[in-house]
Design a protein around this ligand. Structure first.
Ligand SMILES: NC(=O)c1ccc[n+]([C@@H]2O[C@H](COP(=O)([O-])OP(=O)(O)OC[C@H]3O[C@@H](n4cnc5c(N)ncnc54)[C@H](OP(=O)(O)O)[C@@H]3O)[C@@H](O)[C@H]2O)c1
Length: 238
């Protein structure tokens, strides 16, 4: 155990689950959240599931109080929970916009607001936001999602500048196409077309993202802040 505590949103499946298990395996105590009740399918004792909707500020406040009482305030916060609600812009409903922005962008604000004070007090902390290649290069049908994810880049840079002197790093990770429930709607033809545009010639696995996040959470990443780092097989090069 390395005695550091991680809180990661959206840890019940997909990328978040992979990150949670990876970090627990290398000794972090990991609190993983999701909207629905869930259990980790693992014998690791340092993996703690927590039902928490990141769009609900009242629930976050209550969770932060409870975690403080248990000495479980996070040293590392991973804002991973995200949703899509794809539609071409002309047909995009107000609620498609509102829901996607409130989870992917405002949810990150909500969780960070609740947990950064303790990092400032400790003069040590890591904040890792899971963005998307869609926020960097745009994607038709995802005006809402790419706006939210592009917003995370601004969030990351501004906050990194504010809290760098307090020993806190803030970075984003921008995955490309990763095989999870979020991309399960893609049929084989669509997948083949996407793969043609990826230099490394395959879709990503959640563990490809988890490896990068584990590095950013480690001491080795102590001099990296304000960055958005892609893990997309070379899909988008800038
Ligand atoms: N898969 C990709 O190709 C890809 C590419 C680029 C970026 N990303 C980003 O990577 C992150 C993870 O994506 P994924 O593919 O692993 O998604 P996923 O398989 O759909 O899992 C999403 C996770 O977020 C949780 N969640 C959703 N809304 C939440 C809320 N309001 N509060 C708390 N938890 C919530 C879900 O659990 P509940 O439903 O129980 O809440 C689930 O645990 C997202 O930010 C996504 O935008 C994914």
């Amino acid at each position: 155990m390395n005695n550091k505590i991680v809180l990661i949103s959206g840890a019940s499946r997909g990328i978040g689950l992979s990150i949670a298990i990876h970090l627990a395996n290398i000794g972090f105590k990991v609190i993983g959240t999701a909207r629905n009740e869930f259990k980790f399918d693992s014998t690791l004792e340092n993996l703690i599931p927590l039902k928490l909707d990141i769009t609900c500020r009242e629930s976050i406040k209550a969770a932060a109080i409870s975690l403080k009482e248990q000495n479980l305030l996070p040293d590392v916060l991973i804002n991973n929970a995200g949703i899509t609600s794809d539609q071409i812009f002309l047909r995009m409903k107000d609620e498609d916009w509102d829901n996607v922005l409130s989870t992917n962008l405002t949810g990150t604000f909500n969780l960070t607001k609740a947990f950064i004070k303790n990092m400032i007090k400790n003069r040590d902390g890591r904040i890792i936001n899971i963005s998307s290649v869609s926020g960097l290069m745009g994607n038709p049908g995802q005006v809402n999602y790419s706006s939210a994810k592009a917003g995370l880049s601004g969030f990351t840079k501004s906050l990194a500048k504010e809290v760098g002197s307090r020993g806190i790093t803030v970075n984003s990770v921008a995955p490309g196409f990763i095989e999870t429930d979020m991309t399960s709607f893609l049929d084989n033809d669509s997948k083949d077309k996407i793969i043609e545009s990826i230099p490394l010639n395959r879709l990503g696995n959640p563990s490809d993202v988890a490896d990068l996040v584990a590095f950013l959470a480690s001491d080795g990443a102590r001099y990296i802040t304000g960055q958005t780092i892609s893990v997309d097989g070379g899909l988008f090069m800038y």
